[in-house]
Design a protein around this ligand. Structure first.
Ligand SMILES: [Zn+2]
Length: 365
């Protein structure tokens, strides 16, 4: 557990929260969310607003406007932490990418070039062009979330931006998923946006898992808040596709960072979000979050290591473990280990996840 990590167990228990400002938390209804962008009014909201926190007995009620200047941590109640390996890995990748640019320019100047040299020499233009095309594709084909189109999702984006102290609310689009479960964040110029595939958005429907959607939207908005979608950053990471292990490790660290944002945005959606990634929008409720997370420490061997090392996202079991054990950052290279000397208990490993009340038990039939 992080020393600064508050563990409020319920609304009343937040008196002991070290983050608590003088006089307590700002009540949700008086949060100046409107300053973060266009805020719908009750008159323009066509359906019931998303279920608020505390919708079941014992549910924690995180502050809507967290203290922005507190140290970042893994708690769901403070500001979300950046993965501890992200910046060191970024420095390594940027240095290697700059070297690649210099070599490309040298080869170009001496007349020794092929398509790779040309691509690196033209990287600033290619990246700018690709981002422009990608953004335009959403603008002309995507369903833009608004107070009247996908209002729940729109409000989740507004809330996440406010949660992370962002000056601007990113645009958000729903695009046809055709069965695929995916979402991403990107930008062009000064604009930032998130895209949610319609199939993934379906988990936000009234009868499904709005908390999971809020977690995922928090994850994507977190990519933007953490600077992952910046043009200059992506230019500095242009070499990533050519750096199989190192490049992917940086991307995985970024994913853990984004998961921390998703967790801080709506920690009660973490297990359902992972269940959806594991088994899809209909079968997500059949996934035993703890049962699957436990396997992170059990599945071992060279090929397990390879699958993770070559993956752009941490493998699901490790990702689940990291979302469950909030006392440390997610594992990048070596599988998470149970506490020293501990045998695997019958009901799975003891975890800090239980210290943060999760959602009510889900039926598996
Ligand atoms: Zn991500």
């Amino acid at each position: 557990m992080q020393p600064f990590e508050p563990q409020p167990s319920d609304q009343a228990g937040r008196q002991a929260d070290p983050y608590a400002p003088q006089g307590g938390w700002v009540p949700a209804q008086s949060t100046p969310a409107a300053s973060y962008g266009q805020q719908y009014t009750s008159g323009s909201y066509p359906s019931a607003p998303p279920a608020p926190y505390g919708s079941y007995p014992g549910a924690p009620v995180p502050p809507v406007a967290p203290p922005q200047r507190q140290p970042r941590g893994l708690s769901p109640f403070g500001m979300p932490a950046r993965h501890s390996w992200e910046i060191p890995m970024l420095v390594v990748v940027v240095v290697l990418t700059v070297l690649a640019y210099l070599i490309a320019l040298l080869l170009l100047a001496t007349g020794n070039f092929d398509q790779y040299v040309l691509a690196f020499a033209a990287a600033p233009l290619l990246l700018w062009f690709g981002r422009g095309i990608n953004y335009a594709g959403q603008r002309v084909n995507g369903v833009k979330m608004s107070p009247t189109q996908f209002p729940e999702g729109y409000q989740m984006v507004v809330d996440a931006a406010a949660r992370f102290g962002m000056a601007k609310v990113p645009d958000a689009y729903v695009v046809l998923g055709n069965g695929q479960i995916n979402a991403f964040a990107s930008g062009h110029g000064f604009r930032r946006y998130v895209v949610v595939y319609s199939d993934l958005f379906e988990i936000g429907g009234a009868a499904r898992e709005p908390d999971a959607l809020a977690f995922i939207i928090g994850h994507e908005v977190g990519h933007i808040a953490a600077g992952h979608t910046s043009y200059w950053r992506q230019l500095g990471m242009f070499l990533v596709p050519f750096l199989p292990i190192i490049g992917n490790s940086l991307i995985r660290a970024q994913e853990y960072t984004a998961d921390n944002h998703g967790f801080c945005n709506r920690h009660t959606g973490a297990s359902a979000a992972m269940g959806t990634l594991a088994a899809g929008k209909y079968m997500n409720r059949l996934v035993g979050f703890d049962e699957m997370a436990d396997r992170a420490a059990v599945e071992k061997g060279f090929f397990v290591w390879m699958v993770n090392a070559l993956s752009s996202h941490p493998v699901l079991t490790w990702r689940m473990w990291a979302l469950r054990d909030r006392s440390r950052h997610g594992k990048l290279f070596l599988r998470p280990a149970p506490p020293a000397g501990a045998a695997v208990p019958a009901g799975g490993y003891a975890s800090s996840y239980g210290q943060v009340p999760a959602g009510p038990p889900k039926s598996v039939v």
